[in-house]
Write a protein that binds this ligand. Structure first.
Ligand SMILES: [Zn+2]
Length: 284
């Protein structure tokens, strides 16, 4: 094949691809991995970066209006500190620091698993910027996995805001996430947010596609397992004691009990055996 022909074919294929947008499978949810980050309240921006300072945008995030700032801070716990933790903008009502469980162990802190924004009674942490530092008594959390979606997505999936669902990610190390909270808002774009520990556990990278499963959904990948008809093989139990009582009988699950010639079987045991459909045979 000559070069020109190859280029023509490639061009046609690319043209075709351009026409039809990539169709995601039914119930597919793109997964985004959130690394440790900080949300700041306006006063804390000034303490950390100087009076009148405003965060500057480095890149846009998938959720409209949200951005990663150029600015970073150091976060410090009783055991150690982590440098260059990204600040996400815009500023918020209350400073919030989101770390993974691995980060928490390194820092020597015990943040609770929380939904973003719910920081009441969460863990303390210290933030250190180029111009100053801030110690917050609460605001350090491990973020609860969640899915952002628009009302149209919610309708399509048959879920509601605040509902908890399961997401399965069938990669080379398949994993399912339970208690994933649904967050519905007109401004949201369909995306699941997990932290780095969760991502690492399932070898998940940015953009991996998960599958939303409602708790009562029948798993699409596995057919309902039929309980196989058990073939009843007559089983016998070798009884070696001198006396066979009702108690002994109750402890034996086999249908046939083989006893020695001299073994005494109580009258009650004989009755019980008959009632249970068990046979007592004398060993020859
Ligand atoms: Zn999120």
């Amino acid at each position: 094949m000559n070069q020109q022909l190859i280029e023509q074919i490639v061009g046609e294929i690319l043209g075709q691809l351009g026409k039809s947008p990539v169709q995601l499978p039914d119930r597919a949810v793109p997964i985004a991995v959130s690394a440790r980050h900080v949300h700041l309240q306006p006063e804390h921006v000034e303490v950390l970066f100087g009076a009148g300072y405003q965060l500057t945008q480095r890149s846009e995030l998938s959720q409209p209006g949200q951005f990663a700032a150029n600015e970073t801070v150091m976060i410090a716990g009783p055991k150690s500190s982590i440098e260059r933790v990204r600040i996400l903008g815009p500023v918020r009502k209350a400073t919030q620091v989101e770390v993974s469980f691995t980060d928490a162990m390194k820092l020597g802190v015990k943040p609770p698993l929380r939904e973003s924004g719910n920081i009441e009674g969460s863990a303390p942490i210290t933030l250190i910027g180029p111009k100053g530092s801030v110690h917050i008594e609460q605001g350090l959390i491990i973020a609860q996995s969640h899915i952002h979606m628009a009302p149209s997505d919610a309708a399509r999936f048959g879920v509601e805001d605040g509902e908890y669902i399961t997401v399965e990610a069938d990669g080379i190390r398949p994993i399912s996430f339970r208690n994933v909270r649904i967050r519905v808002n007109e401004r949201y774009r369909l995306e699941m947010h997990i932290d780095t520990d969760e991502a690492n556990a399932g070898f998940i990278t940015q953009g991996t596609i998960g599958r939303l499963v409602k708790p009562n959904d029948v798993k699409e990948t596995t057919a309902v397992q039929m309980i196989p008809e058990t073939v009843k093989v007559p089983q016998s139990f070798e009884f070696t004691k001198k006396l066979l009582s009702t108690e002994d009988l109750a402890a034996i699950s086999e249908d046939e009990i083989v006893i020695n010639k001299g073994t005494i079987v109580t009258a009650l045991a004989k009755d019980t055996a008959r009632e249970l459909g068990k046979t007592i045979t004398v060993r020859k």
